[in-house]
Design a protein around this ligand. Structure first.
Ligand code: GDP
Length: 444
C-alpha cells in the first residue's frame, strides 16, 4: 500500500513527543523538521510541504496548545486537521446532472488506468444506485482499448457503444449520446484516447468532445506510481480542459504516494476516487479525513465496514446467520467465506485500517496466500456433496481419499479440516455474542 513509509515516519515523529513529560517550543520544532523530511521523501510537492509545515507550526506552538493537559494529543489533532485540509477537507461527490443522463468524460494519459476505472465506476454505480450506464468507446487510436471496454461491458452487463476505429471520436460521442437518450441510460461514460505524453492534437480533440458533450464531470485519471509527473499531468489537463475531479489509481502499488497527496493542493481540484487494485471492485471513494487518519495510523473503520458491506451479499449474510444459529456451517459455506475474504483484498491492508493496528509488529506477515486458498478449495472440491454438507462424515479413510484426489498429503487435509472447525467454532462464539479471539485463525 502507498504511504506506508510516510505513515511510519510521521507516527515516529509524533511518538517521540509523546514520550516527553513537558513539551517546549524546541520539541515542536524538532518534530516539524522530521515531519517535513518525511513528507519530502514521500514525494509530496515542495510548496505543499512548506504550507503544511507552516500552518501546523503556527498552530502547534501557540500557548493554548503547549499549556493544555495533553499537548501531544492536541498536536496530533492539529496534524490530522491540517493533513485533511491538504487532501481537500470535504468528500467530493460525483457531480450529477438534474436530468438524465449524467455525462462523465474520462481523460488521462495512456496506461493510467482510465478504461479500467470506467469499468470500476460503472460497477460501483450499478451496485450502489442500481444505475443503468452506457459506455462509449472513444479511443479510436487503440483498437485494443475498444476491445477492453467491450470485455468490461460484457463482464458487467453494461452496454458499450462503439463504431470501430474509422470514425472521429466526436462523431462517435455524438451518436453514442443519442443512443443513451433513446435508451434512457442514467449515466454515460466517455472513454477517450490517451497518449504517452500530453500533446496538442490530443488536447484539441478532447476539447471538441467536451464542447459537444458538455459533460457533468471531466475526471482525470492519474497513476500514483508516476510520482511528481502525476502532479504535472494534473496541472496541464486542468489548465487545458478545466477538469472537475481526479481519480488516483494504483495506490495499492509500492509507491511513495506523496505526489497524489499534492494534487488537490496544486490544482485545486478534488480527488474523487482512488483505484486500489486491478479488480473491478478495487475502487474507493476518496474521503480526505479518513485518508489522513489512515496515514497517521489512527485507523479507518468506516472504510473497512463499507468494504465488508460491499462484498457481502445481504441474502448470503442472512443465510449464513441462519446457519450459524443452527450450527450447520458446512464446507460449501467455508469455500464461500474463503472467496469473500480473497475479494476484499489483502488482509494486511484491511487490518491496518483498524485504529492502532498499523504499527503492530508482524502485521505484514499476516497475509492470505492465494495458493493456500486454492489448495483448500481443491480439497473441498474432492469431497462428495454429502461430505461437504456433513463434515462429521470425514473419517480417516475418507480423508485419505480426499488427499489423493486433490494431490495433497493427509496431514494437509487434516490441517484444512482443523481450520474449518476453528471457523465453525468462531461462528458459534459470534452467535453467542462474543467476539472471536483472533480472526486470523479463521484462515488457518
Ligand atoms: P488506460 O490506458 O488509461 O485506459 O489504462 P488501463 O485501464 O488499460 O490500465 C492500464 C493497466 O493498469 C492495466 O494493466 C490495469 O490492470 C492496471 N490498473 C488500472 N488501475 C489499477 C489500480 O488501481 N491498481 C493496479 N495495481 N493496477 C491498475
Amino acid at each position: 500500500m502507498a504511504f506506508e513509509n510516510l505513515s511510519e515516519r510521521l507516527q515516529a515523529a509524533m511518538s517521540k513527543l509523546r514520550r516527553k513529560g513537558t513539551i517546549k517550543e524546541a520539541d515542536v520544532k524538532e518534530m516539524m523538521r522530521e515531519i517535513r523530511l518525511a513528507l519530502l521523501e514521500a514525494d509530496v510537492n515542495l510548496q505543499v510541504v512548506r504550507q503544511f509545515t507552516k500552518r501546523v507550526s503556527e498552530r502547534a506552538v501557540g500557548a493554548e496548545v503547549l499549556e493544555t493537559l495533553n499537548p501531544t494529543q492536541q498536536i496530533v489533532k492539529i496534524v490530522d486537521e491540517e493533513l485533511t485540509k491538504v487532501l481537500g477537507s470535504e468528500t467530493a461527490e460525483l457531480n450529477k446532472s438534474p436530468k438524465i443522463p449524467t455525462i462523465i468524460m474520462m481523460v488521462g494519459l495512456q496506461g493510467a488506468g482510465k478504461t479500467t476505472f470506467v469499468g470500476k465506476l460503472a460497477n460501483y454505480l450499478k451496485k450502489n444506485e442500481k444505475a443503468r450506464p452506457l459506455m462509449i468507446a472513444g479511443d479510436v487510436y487503440r483498437p485494443a482499448a475498444i476491445d477492453q471496454l467491450k470485455v468490461l461491458g460484457h463482464q458487467l452487463d453494461v452496454p458499450v457503444f462503439d463504431m470501430g476505429t474509422d470514425h472521429s471520436p466526436v462523431e462517435i460521442v455524438r451518436q453514442g449520446l443519442a443512443v443513451a437518450k433513446e435508451n434512457r441510460n442514467d449515466y454515460v461514460f466517455i472513454d477517450t484516447a490517451g497518449r504517452l505524453h500530453i500533446d496538442e492534437t490530443l488536447m484539441n480533440e478532447l476539447k471538441e468532445i467536451q464542447e459537444l458533450a458538455q459533460p457533468d464531470e471531466i475526471l482525470l485519471t492519474v497513476d500514483a506510481m508516476t510520482g511528481q509527473d502525476a502532479v504535472t499531468v494534473a496541472e496541464s489537463f486542468n489548465e487545458q480542459l478545466g477538469i472537475t475531479g481526479v481519480v488516483v489509481t494504483k495506490l495499492d502499488g509500492d509507491t511513495r504516494g506523496g505526489a497524489a497527496l499534492s494534487i488537490r493542493a496544486v490544482t485545486g481540484k478534488p480527488i474523487k476516487f482512488t483505484g486500489t487494485g486491478e479488480k473491478l471492485t478495487d475502487i474507493e471513494v476518496f474521503h480526505p479525513d479518513r485518508m489522513s487518519s489512515r496515514i497517521l495510523g489512527m485507523g479507518d473503520m468506516l472504510t473497512l465496514i463499507e468494504k465488508a458491506q460491499q462484498e457481502y451479499d445481504e441474502k448470503k449474510a442472512e443465510e449464513l446467520a441462519r446457519k450459524m444459529k443452527e450450527d450447520s456451517f458446512d464446507f460449501n459455506d467455508f469455500i464461500e467465506q474463503l472467496d469473500q475474504v480473497m475479494n476484499m483484498g489483502p488482509l494486511e491492508d484491511l487490518i491496518k485500517m483498524m485504529p492502532g493496528m498499523s504499527n503492530v509488529p508482524g502485521i505484514d506477515k499476516l497475509q492470505v496466500d492465494p495458493k493456500d486458498v486454492a489448495r483448500k478449495k481443491a480439497m473441498v472440491f474432492s469431497m462428495t456433496p454429502e461430505e461437504r454438507e456433513n463434515p462429521d462424515l470425514l473419517n480417516p479413510s475418507r480423508r485419505r481419499r480426499i488427499a489423493a484426489g486433490s494431490g495433497n498429503s493427509v496431514v494437509e487435509v487434516n490441517r484444512m479440516i482443523k481450520s474449518f472447525n476453528e471457523s465453525r467454532k468462531m461462528m458459534q462464539q459470534m452467535t453467542k455474542g462474543n467476539m472471536p479471539a483472533g480472526f486470523d485463525q479463521m484462515m488457518g
